[in-house]
Design a protein around this ligand. Structure first.
Ligand code: BES
Ligand code: MN
Ligand code: ZN
Length: 464
């Protein structure tokens, strides 16, 4: 999808010209004003399509409701534009133009909505889906570039999480990371991972024929305003291990590296955006598989910070890999650590696909991310971090078990991770189990990977 910036989009010859309509007001387009029926009020997302019959340079004009002008915000713009762009895809439009008449900054939400709707994972289909190839837009400043980078990051994140596990292996993720320009990237092999003392992560990885890869990407700049690390859960496949998952639960477990995909998407574009903070992207990539080499329930493993963990359930593997990654990140001396993980079915049960769970050791920091998400269109809901959840994970033979009771599982996982975070580091944990991969279309997203986290974390990074 190519974005073309022009002085005015009013007279662009294209397939569909999209104009906005506020309730009770006329649009900027004479044809819409003349032909739209009174029943077309301009409520958010309401659309009215008109064929111009050569009365206009575009084949169609599509008016989309923006609702009450006083209540207009990013979310209204994004969600309304989603409806309009979907209609353009139905019309098999190749080129579209936006003539958006408002005082609000509409560039980013408009372009983000367009790129979200225009995404399909059809790499393995011989017959490709229809796509919009040209987008004309005007009246926007450097918003455009940002929207392009965020779209590019999301596309990589969605592609990687949609890819079968046979393609998106730990080695593949490492190879992709090493291909990014302008970053310092180190990939640690199994032997080095062992030397670093990452016993929890290695235990998970040991059952698979695919070797683990610990990936560390670093974006640096002069006089960084702060230093942060983003960690993505990188389970390229989660079969459950010896505590094997039932078939239905295993079906989408190629997506268990969605956190890693998000981190890769973000790291890919940082050198182009040149934000003023130092960003470390970290992924402990591996597979969780049953085999003669697998780790077993009852095993006791030692994480990088020396804490011992009794393996209560081999399917609670994400937190074991994250434990070592969190220790590693805290040792970098960063100010903040954010992990993003498809961590618990419990979070999915609690919040569905509407919101991701968020927890952390600093309320202000957590709230900052929640706020950023409200703006970018990704919902985060804070879950409690109470001692009760930790008490359930006491072990008779080790410092802790890797699971608690069945209920409150998202918070238990959060409390487990906290054991591996240094107190002087601000830390937030994003549980995206319910939001990373959709089983039906939602808000402009097709089924499958959403690239959740990319918009919010990138926006958070850029804000400094
Ligand atoms: N990857 C899963 C969590 C998950 C479930 C992600 C559904 C996306 C959709 C995680 O590794 C897992 O298996 N968690 C277990 C933990 C339990 C054994 C304590 C779960 O949630 O059932
Ligand atoms: Mn699991
Ligand atoms: Zn998992």
């Amino acid at each position: 999808m190519e974005i073309k910036i022009v002085d005015s989009t009013k007279d662009v010859s294209c397939d569909v010209l999209i104009v906005n309509k506020f309730e009770g007001e006329l649009t900027s387009n004479p044809l819409v004003n003349k032909y739209a029926p009174d029943t077309f009020k301009g409520k958010p997302g309401e659309i009215f399509l008109i064929h111009t019959r050569n009365e206009f340079p575009s084949t169609y004009v599509l008016a989309v409701g923006f609702g009450d002008e006083q209540k207009l915000d990013n979310n209204v713009i994004r969600e309304s534009i989603v409806k309009a762009v979907k209609k353009c895809l139905e019309l098999k439009a190749n080129s579209i133009a936006f003539d958006i008449d408002t005082n609000s900054a509409f560039g980013i939400p408009t372009l983000m909505a367009t790129s979200i709707v225009n995404y399909h994972f059809d790499k393995y289909k011989t017959k490709k889906e229809h796509r919009i190839s040209e987008v004309y837009i005007s009246n926007v400043t450097n918003d455009i570039k940002i929207a392009e980078y965020v779209s590019e990051a999301m596309k990589l994140a969605r592609n990687l999480a949609n890819e079968p596990a046979a393609f998106a292996t730990p080695s593949k993720l490492a190879e992709i990371a090493q291909g990014f320009e302008g970053l310092e990237t180190t990939v640690y092999e199994e032997e080095q991972i062992r030397e670093m003392g990452m016993g929890a992560y290695l235990a998970v990885a040991q059952g698979s024929a695919q070797p683990p890869k610990f990936i560390h990407m670093k974006y640096s700049c002069e006089n960084p305003k702060k230093r942060i690390a983003i960690i993505g859960k990188g389970l390229c496949f989660d079969s459950g291990g010896l505590d094997i998952k039932p078939a239905a639960s295993m079906l989408n477990m190629k997506d268990d590296m969605s956190g890693a995909a998000c981190v890769l998407g973000i790291m890919k574009v940082l050198n182009k955006i040149q934000p003023n903070i130092e960003v470390h992207g970290i992924i402990a990539a591996c597979e969780n598989m049953p085999s003669g080499n697998s780790y077993k329930p009852g095993d006791i493993v030692t994480a990088k910070n020396g804490k011992t963990i009794e393996v209560d359930n081999t399917d609670a593997e994400g937190r074991l890999t994250l434990a070592d990654a969190l220790c590693y990140a805290c040792e970098l001396g960063v100010d903040e650590v954010i992990d993003i993980a498809t961590l618990t079915g419990a979070c999915m049960v609690a919040l569905g696909s509407a919101a991701s769970g968020i927890m952390g050791n600093n309320d202000e920091f957590v709230k900052d991310i929640v706020k950023t998400g409200e703006y970018t269109g990704e919902k985060f809901w804070q879950l409690p971090m109470w001692q009760e959840y930790r008490d359930n994970m006491n072990s008779d033979v080790a410092d802790m078990k890797n699971t608690g009771t069945r209920y409150g599982g998202a918070s238990a996982a959060g409390m487990f991770l906290k054991e591996f975070v240094t107190d002087n580091v601000k830390w937030a944990h994003l549980d995206v189990a319910g939001t990373a991969f959709l089983d039906k279309p939602q808000k402009g997203f097709s089924k499958g990977a959403t690239g959740v986290g990319v918009r919010t974390l990138l926006s958070y990074i850029i804000s400094y």
